[in-house]
Each structure stands twice: as structure tokens, then as C-alpha cells.
Design a protein around this ligand. Structure first.
Ligand code: GDP
Ligand code: MG
Length: 203
């Protein structure tokens, strides 16, 4: 049986969320910025350590805050599926401090608004546009320490433009999600089996 792992990709406008997802799934990158106006769902399958995972990747358009309640989520089409995601990728641009502030706010809201043990959902913070690192606003080490030690989230830097560390970031997130699911014996992400290998990314 293969169950689906839903991953919500959230971040300020223009940080490269769509680029990361499209590079991961289609090996495609566009310099032209086309703002994402509606929520888009991608459904890739991947194989990690011999196990098959079906992913539901939500490309979330700009939202002012994490939906605080189920009704808020259902009233705002852009937020559909965001509250119950099995994992989060919070993207910021390493050259844009405001985009990091946004990630900081969303991370806080995820922890506050998801109830009980579900507030311990896997979160991976991703610093994109690594190719522009001369303009970064904070040294990598300082961000990494803050995110990992204080926020208890994973941290990866990537460049969607050069497809650098893009597969790695999904691998990292899946690794955290699977380890956590095993610890909690979480049935909704009990992922195994091997179906439809022809449309998979082997990581
Ligand atoms: P989104 O609004 O977060 O979905 O951002 P997009 O994926 O649409 O990307 C916004 C802009 O940033 C586009 O013009 C992309 O070409 C550019 N971009 C995305 N990723 C990178 C990257 O890794 N490096 C550079 N230099 N530009 C990028
Ligand atoms: Mg987008």
C-alpha cells in the first residue's frame, strides 16, 4: 500500500517556491517571474531507500498568515489543505531579510495553530537563490544554528536556478517525516510498497 504524504510549500512572493517544485518534478526553470495566484497541487512519486512515496506537493500562493482554524482554511481557497499537511517546506530568499521574517512568522503560527502532537510536524526551512550568495543578508552558519537549534527545524540551502540541492531538500524532508512517523507510528504516513515506478524520481 502506498499512502500519500502532503507537503505544503510556503514562503513570501518571489522566493522561488514554484521554481523549486518545477525543478524537482520537471527539471525545468524559467527566469521569467509568473506569480502564483491560485493554489496548485503536484503529485509526484519518489523512491527513497527502496520505498515508494506518493507526494502531494501544494504550491501555496501568498497568504498573510497560517490559517488559524479549519473554517478559515475552507473559506480561503488558497489555504486548502495547508492546516493538515504532513510536512512543510518554508522557503525564503537568502538575499531578502523580509522573506526570512515571513518564514519566521509562519513557523511560529504553525506551531501555535496546529493542535497537540501535530504541532511537532516536520518543517524544513529552505534558503533559496544560493547562486546569489554574495548578496546574502546573514551568514549561512548563523541561520542554520538559529533554525536547527532554536526552531528545531531542518535547514537546507539550494538554488532552483542551477538545480543545486533541490533533490536533496526533498530527500531531507522525507527523511525527517519518515523518521518521525516511525517514532509516532503515524498511520497516515505509513509508506511502503512499490507502484508505478515509471513515474518516479529516484533520490
Ligand atoms: P515564487 O513566487 O516563490 O513561486 O517564486 P518563483 O518560483 O516564481 O520565482 C521568482 C523569481 O525568482 C523568478 O524570476 C525565478 O526565475 C527566480 N528564481 C527562482 N529561484 C531562483 C534561484 O535559485 N536563483 C535565482 N538567481 N533566481 C531564482
Ligand atoms: Mg509561485
Amino acid at each position: 500500500m502506498v499512502e500519500t504524504l502532503s507537503i505544503a510549500v510556503i514562503g513570501a512572493p518571489g522566493v522561488g517556491k514554484t521554481s523549486i517544485i518545477r525543478q524537482f518534478i520537471y527539471n525545468d526553470f524559467s527566469e521569467v517571474y509568473t506569480p502564483t495566484r491560485t493554489r496548485y497541487v503536484y503529485r509526484p512519486s519518489v523512491i527513497l531507500n527502496g520505498n515508494m512515496y506518493e507526494l502531494k506537493v501544494l504550491d501555496v500562493p501568498p497568504i498573510s498568515s497560517f490559517p488559524a482554524s479549519t473554517s478559515q482554511e475552507w473559506l480561503d481557497l488558497r489555504c486548502r489543505g495547508v492546516r493538515n499537511a504532513n510536512a512543510y517546506i518554508l522557503v525564503y530568499d537568502i538575499c531578502c531579510v523580509e522573506s526570512f521574517e515571513y518564514v519566521k512568522m509562519i513557523r511560529q503560527q504553525i506551531v501555535e495553530n496546529r493542535e497537540g502532537s501535530s504541532s511537532e510536524v516536520p518543517i524544513l526551512v529552505v534558503g533559496n537563490k544560493r547562486d546569489l550568495q554574495r548578496q546574502r543578508f546573514m551568514p549561512r552558519r548563523a541561520v542554520s544554528v538559529l533554525v536547527k537549534k532554536t526552531w528545531k527545524c531542518g535547514y537546507v540551502e539550494c538554488s532552483a536556478k542551477f538545480n543545486w540541492h533541490v533533490v536533496l531538500l526533498f530527500k531531507e524532508l522525507l527523511g525527517i517525516a519518515v523518521a518521525r512517523a516511525m517514532r509516532q507510528n503515524h498511520t497516515s504516513i505509513r509508506l511502503q510498497g512499490a507502484l508505478q515506478r515509471n513515474r518516479c524520481t529516484v533520490m
